[in-house]
Write a protein that binds this ligand. Structure first.
Ligand code: GDP
Length: 196
């Protein structure tokens, strides 16, 4: 797969320290523990590319992974962790909003959410900012293996209805890092955004 050639490129303490705004990048965001690292590792067929969080909320770095052809995957810090000080949360939200609005190379945002708890408040805030910046969003409902087929389908339909309320380009798919359910659909959307 194209994505298996991903390589760690850099870490940045905040969005201001990201490198040149050239090429194409896709950002990944989600509540701590949503399964973001696992999804990135599954996508890239690498066990430890993105470090799965043993201490939720601890890693506040942005990690950038490089792909061929000046394309990048940008792993944003997980949010929603109660112990992060409020001032830090607010600072982060401001810079995140700015990133979504101003970053020219950014062509899509993947918001990862546990299929059992989709569209929490912070997920919704993030999607609203992305939509208002005309950025396409993939709401990836992770850990789909946790539900039986019938319940999974019901959650997907419900989430797709909820997604329509954003009045933007918001796609909803289910995904499992455990059994790779939804991986082809996930890749197809990234390919489209990357122009592959
Ligand atoms: P992050 O904090 O968003 O990066 O989440 P992680 O990728 O570290 O995953 C958080 C927890 O959920 C870990 O215990 C993972 O093993 C588990 N997890 C992640 N993806 C899946 C999945 O697709 N299925 C199941 N059953 N568990 C998962």
């Amino acid at each position: 797969s194209y994505y298996s050639k991903a390589k760690f490129f850099t870490s940045a303490p905040d969005i201001k320290h990201l490198d040149d705004d050239t090429g194409v990048e896709i950002a990944f965001a989600g509540r701590s523990n949503a399964g973001k690292s696992s999804a990135l590792n599954t996508l890239t067929r690498q066990k430890n590319l993105a470090r799965t969080s043993k201490t939720p909320g601890r890693t506040q770095l942005i990690n950038v992974f490089e792909l061929e052809g000046d394309r990048r995957l940008v792993d944003l810090p997980g949010y929603g962790y109660a112990k992060v000080p409020l001032a830090m949360k607010e600072k982060w939200q401001r810079s995140l909003g700015e990133y979504l609005q101003k970053r020219k190379s950014l062509k899509g945002l993947v918001v990862l959410m546990d299929i059992r708890h989709p569209f929490k408040d912070l997920d919704q805030d993030l999607i609203h900012w992305a939509v208002s910046a005309d950025l396409p969003v993939l709401a990836l409902m992770t850990k789909s293996d946790k539900l039986k087929a019938g319940k999974r389908k019901a959650q997907l339909l419900m989430a797709r209805e909820a997604a329509m309320a954003f009045c933007g380009d918001v796609t909803v798919q289910t995904f499992s890092a455990l059994n790779r359910q939804g991986l082809p659909e996930f890749e197809a959307i990234l390919n489209k955004w990357f122009g592959i």
